[in-house]
Design a protein around this ligand. Structure first.
Ligand code: PBG
Length: 330
């Protein structure tokens, strides 16, 4: 027997040869329970308006939205995040707080057919204002404190319509505390708040603004959303939101901000959500359509990376596809 030459002392590959062992030692898990699917609801009946920049996603009228919820439940996706495209808009977005507003209607309809569907309402004014900004404009900019009033009214109105959770995405200072108080005073003390805490002024929201018809008509959102260069500031935002009563904090977008997710998860003992936003979704779909990447594989890798970074919850337009893969249906 001849002696073999120098060996590596450590062979990490030993645990990679068998799929059984790879699964046994996997550090990150992904389940349909982690997923939330965003949906866009619009006026009309039997409307299924394809969103060109987000293949497979549609603006849905209430009846079609209910159908969609049935399909999602079938795949095991138990929660949706609703965005409304209203019939008409106004200066300060108060249409969002009408008893018969589009998301209020959608909520009642979903709950009638699928009471088990967990409904989260995005709370923001940008889909409801004529100018497309997230709040009331005073002297050419969004006024923080006036906007708190309309946001709280929107949250209470949606709570009355039957949503299970509210998710303020406006980035005004003090909105969580203000909204918590408004909800509590209206006997919704059990309603959780998922705060878009570290929400960046991002180019990745482009396709969403087509989907929700919410692009600002002047300027941009950099006076209220966060500067992509900052992460200490994200910690301060999260800290503030927790102190004001947030039950879940969110980092958004996800892929370019995995470091922020990681920091937030390590710094605070609170559930963390990550929003895998429209532009992140559309990039995968575009590259897949060109046969440049294996779309499904990349999608699962992205989901895994967001979980590995520390997110408990992933809000994603891929939710149904991911669920179908996890269920072995795709
Ligand atoms: C509303 C809101 C936006 C998104 C979620 N809520 C748009 C924005 O801030 O411009 C983006 C979601 C996505 O891109 O998927 N404020």
């Amino acid at each position: 027997m001849s002696l073999r030459p120098l060996f590596p002392e450590t062979r990490l590959r030993r645990l990679r040869y068998s799929k059984v062992v790879r699964n046994m030692v996997a550090e990150t898990s992904l389940s349909v329970d982690n997923l939330i699917m965003p949906l866009f609801v619009c006026p009309g009946e039997n409307v299924q308006n394809p969103i060109k920049s987000m293949p497979g996603n549609n603006q849905l009228s209430v009846d079609m939205l209910v159908k969609k919820c049935g399909e999602l439940l079938e795949s095991g996706v138990k929660s949706v995040l609703l965005f409304g495209i209203p019939e008409s808009k106004d200066e300060d977005g108060t249409v969002a707080a009408h008893e018969h507003g589009i998301v209020q209607k959608a909520t009642r309809a979903i709950k009638e057919t699928y009471p088990e569907m967990y409904i989260i309402a995005d709370i923001c004014n940008c889909e409801y204002t004529t100018h497309g900004h997230c709040g009331t404009i005073v002297d050419g900019d969004v006024d923080n404190d006036q906007t708190l009033v309309t946001l709280a009214a929107q949250a209470v109105s949606l709570a009355e319509a039957g949503v299970d959770m509210v998710a303020p995405s406006d980035m005004m200072d003090g909105r969580i505390g203000y909204m918590r108080k408004a909800l509590d005073e209206n006997c919704f003390e059990k309603m959780p708040i998922m705060a878009y805490s570290a929400k960046y002024a991002s180019g990745f929201y482009g396709p969403f603004r087509d989907a929700a018809d919410s692009a600002p008509k002047f300027g941009d959102r950099s006076t209220y959303q966060m500067d992509p260069r900052n992460s200490d500031e994200a910690i301060r935002e999260v800290e503030m939101d927790i102190a004001e009563g947030a039950d879940i904090v969110m980092v958004k977008p996800a892929m370019s901000y995995l470091d922020v997710i990681y920091r937030v998860k390590n710094e605070f003992n609170i559930p963390v959500a990550a929003y895998n936003v429209s532009g992140e979704f559309s990039m995968v779909k575009a590259a897949e359509a060109n046969d440049w990447i294996d779309g499904k594989r990349v999608m699962m890798e992205i989901m895994t990376s967001i979980r590995r970074a520390g997110a408990d919850i992933i809000i994603t337009y891929h939710a149904k596809e991911v669920a179908d893969i996890l269920n072995g249906r795709m």
